[in-house]
Design a protein around this ligand. Sequence first.
Ligand SMILES: [Zn+2]
Length: 401
Amino acid sequence: MQKEDAMHEQDARFLTDFHEVATIGATPAGGVERQAATDADRQTRDWFAKWASAEGLETRVDAIGNMFACATLVPDAPYIFVGSHLDSQPRGGRFDGAYGVIAALHTVSRLVQAAKKNEFTPTFNVAAVNWFNEEGGRFAPSIMGSSVYAGFFGLDEMHEVTDLEGHSVRGELDRIGYLGNDAPPEAAGYAEVHIEQGRILEREGIDIGVVTGSWYTQKLDIEVIGEQSHTGATAMADRHDALVAASKVVVAVHDVTAEFPAEAVKAARDKIIARAAEIEREHGVTCNIRDFDIRGKHFFTEEGIALSERVLDEQGFSHRQVYTMAGHDSVAMNLRVPSVMMFVPSVDGVSHCEREFTTDKDLVNGVHALTGVVTRMLQGDLADGRRWQAASVQPSMLAQQ
Ligand SMILES: [Zn+2]
């Protein structure tokens, strides 16, 4: 078979797999409902494990439910991880996360074949990763599995996190059969491909975005407490109407964010807290507010960005540098090992929504780009970056600044 035909066949196989996974937890409007540690999440995990085993990869599951499909190419060497997440938002899109995991499995499979044919000489092993609970919709905080792996969140503390019905992470992982006890492999680098979830690439007609950094993130948990009372007998002035007050808090958050550019997140936070205090007084309610999930602004390694751009030039893809507004597993991993993140275009920039869409052509482009970059990482192209990272990053940095 000609090399081009073989490539075409591999791409067709990738698309078949991608569209097959999109049927798990599928919603009528074209999205998926696969929140972390639900039955639908279990089904995608079973799919991952079955696929990996058919490819001869060894699947390991760690105590926070991260799955690693490992290919040992160099005995005793650490691994380059390639991954993303199979869980979704409630009624989320079918591309967010799942695309990156299926692209990772195919990348690993292609690289194992290429190494067998001596097309390149690896100095590292490679593993496709499905990180647990990236979305955080059911169990907060988000980016949970990769942050536990990277040492930023404690395992025991995350096991105790509960959903709104009181089910714990630990209990639910156990229930679906993915409370693992394997030691996770050691990472030497990380690569991820993801849909952009914005519209820069689409607007500019660019194939691939090379992610240079992530924005500062600030979340607030705001609880509005009023008081139940008689609908008729309670005078309007005497009511402590939590719903009205909470609605005003929602509008205040919306209005305040419109006033601030992204750089001024802390000032926006302070203004929201001040506005909530006014709403407390107006409505006689209590607003309990706590800072929750603050993540600093971080940059991907310059070596990784340069490597991606070199590979994209060689492959003939147009590219530009972009920032990620969303959090990703790569942001946690990037603080541990040199990491690379690339985006493919999102139609209309829509995400966390059933009409999220990326074309087959763009999906396939991203797999080629990922395979190209990881081939170089397997040969040690970011090894210097690794030493630089290890020396300069402290675990507390994820939650600082
Ligand atoms: Zn995602």
